[in-house]
Design a protein around this ligand. Structure first.
Ligand SMILES: [Zn+2]
Length: 287
């Protein structure tokens, strides 16, 4: 009798374990497929700052990407079949509903001179486009690009955008300065660039609020880049064109794996956002 009970119990346990395993296997496969499908219609925006030799001690070392590592990144994206575009080109794809498969955008904040001397030749070599967000007050200063360099970027098919007049953290400043830091920044930079029309703004330090969103829309920007980690899809852009996602790419000592991990994080966080989970709430502790 006891032997029979033990046998039934054992079989029940086996059934439960196997059913559970089968359930997780099926669910896991379905989830994996859903994730892979999601990746095909979402675009990470990779944020760089300076590229080249760490000659300026005031720069945090992590913001300086050695040119050789930047080239390794471009080669990796090339090998993986990615098309590297500017955000302006990405926005066209997002607005027209075109395919986003294997698309990635590269951006540079702050307008460092070595974006022109070191990054531009590599971008050209790998047939890549990028967007550069410029701080008006810094144009022509020692480590920043001057007018001729900015015009050369445009001649090379790159995009220029605004990063405000004073690198102002827009969500923290007195709102009365928002017209100056967004609208005037756009107007002045367009004048310097002989009438080139700016479409985008990258919020300094990534911060923004409703007043900031109202100002950038009012002054004619087409899109805005936040500091939030995630990816850009037709849906996220249609819902919030002034709250685009990006991920910071730094030299974290892991070579090309650092890029791969960060891109994976952007895709994963974007996917979780579609499930109602936004890890940006605790981003500062996680990154
Ligand atoms: Zn910046």
């Amino acid at each position: 009798m006891l032997k029979k009970v033990v046998k039934i119990l054992f079989n029940t346990i086996l059934l439960v374990v196997f059913s559970g395993a089968a359930f997780w296997f099926v669910q896991g496969e379905a989830l994996k497929k859903e994730y892979n499908d999601f990746r095909k219609c979402s675009v990470p925006v990779l944020l760089y700052h300076a590229v080249g030799e760490p000659v300026e001690i005031e720069w945090p070392p992590s913001l300086i990407m050695p040119a050789s590592l930047f080239e390794t990144h471009l080669r990796y994206l090339n090998q993986e079949g990615y098309k590297v575009v500017s955000v302006e080109d990405l926005v066209k794809l997002l607005q027209t509903g075109a395919s986003l498969e294997n698309v990635v955008a590269i951006i540079f904040d702050d307008g460092y001179k070595n974006n022109h001397s070191d990054a531009l030749p590599l971008l050209k070599k790998y047939n890549a486009k990028a967007s550069f967000y410029i701080v008006n007050r810094d144009i022509g200063k020692t480590v920043y690009m001057d007018k001729a360099m900015l015009l050369d970027l445009l001649d090379s098919g790159m995009e220029l955008g605004s990063h405000t007049i004073n690198h102002a953290p827009l969500a923290l400043i007195d709102p009365k300065y928002l017209p100056w830091e967004t609208g005037s920044a756009k107007k002045f930079l367009e004048k310097i660039l002989d009438g080139y029309q700016l479409k985008g703004i990258a919020y300094p330090n990534g911060g923004y609020n409703d007043k900031v969103l109202g100002a950038v829309k009012h002054y004619g920007f087409t899109y805005g880049l936040t500091g939030k980690v995630g990816v850009n899809t037709h849906q996220t852009f249609a819902e919030a064109p002034y709250e685009m996602y990006r991920i910071s790419i730094v030299d974290d000592g892991n070579g090309v794996h650092g890029l791969r991990n960060r891109m994976e994080r952007a895709y994963l966080w974007g996917f979780l956002q579609t499930k109602g989970i936004d890890l940006n709430i605790i981003r500062d502790w996680l990154i």
